[in-house]
Design a binder for this molecule. Sequence first.
Ligand code: XMP
Length: 348
Amino acid sequence: MQFHPEVVHTPHGDALIRNFLFSVSGLSGSWTMAAFKAQAIEKIRAQVGTGKVICGLSGGVDSSVAAVLIHEAIGDQLTCIFVDTGLMRAGEADEVVTLFRDHYNIPLVHVDAADLFLGKLAGVSDPEVKRKTIGATFIEIFDAEAKKIGGAGFLAQGTLYPDVIESVSFTGGPSVTIKSHHNVGGLPERMNLKLVEPLRELFKDEVRRLGVELGLPKAFIGRHPFPGPGLAIRIPGEITLEKLDILRKADTVYLDEIRNAGLYDDIWQAFAVLLPVRTVGVMGDGRSYDYACALRAVTSVDGMTADYYPFPHEFLGRVATRIINEVRGINRVTYDITSKPPGTIEWE
Ligand code: XMP
């Protein structure tokens, strides 16, 4: 039998844990984010000493919070590397560079590796092969950049607790690999860098609270999570530049409508998926034969379980009309109503 009191959907699960901790075990619950931050900074300083740290920025909340935390701990001993995989959403790469270089003044290396990633992904359609290819390419670039910076002894990552439990078996127990997260494990020995992972024991909501504690802009902290392998896992089948461009446009329209409707903050994650399916449609007087796209939006507390978001039909109709009118290459839009489990949030 399996019982998961920690999962949001378990009735009274949190009460069960609370009773166990505070009534049965007599603990007091004095943990605060401010104390966590102070301890994390101490731990980073103790681990790193006078060493140099490089940190991979992905543009997401996790690596950003990790970078700002580490910067607060050790200042310019930290250099951030932003690898532009070409798999980011529209405008995202520029936003990252502006925020970190101009706003935070954190030393930042910007690597435009889009061609390299696309080349390695050519002809790849298996989700696990995609993830592993992206992970390996990422590490290869890191290795090269780290060598250029010189003297780095540590690699910082914004790994969260759900990444840890879903990807590796901590205890050697029977939990299966659902997906190989590209930011966990697989670091080749040759890289010879020690890992600094200050968020390893936190869930997403806690990372956001830590971000607030560190003074990151609210709009930035509130951003929906974005996976390391980026749009590659939102294009089932082979990835091409053409498909990426189509997906970026559809995704922009979808999120634009979500923001206009004031729904962005009610949703854990919303994104478009470009399906490897062409369907027949009519456009004006002509026949079209273009891609279908799926829209996904879920609510969740920690990404471990999720419910699909119950958009009003008028909203979905509006988004579908705009995507089909504005995005050349898509002629059909569907809405994904799968919850997690049995689905996962991403399609791959
Ligand atoms: P799934 O699809 O497993 O996703 O239900 C749970 C959460 O994790 C994100 N995700 C990733 N994040 N590297 C990441 O940093 C990855 O390889 C990765 N895969 C999924 C996903 O977007 C969702 O928020």
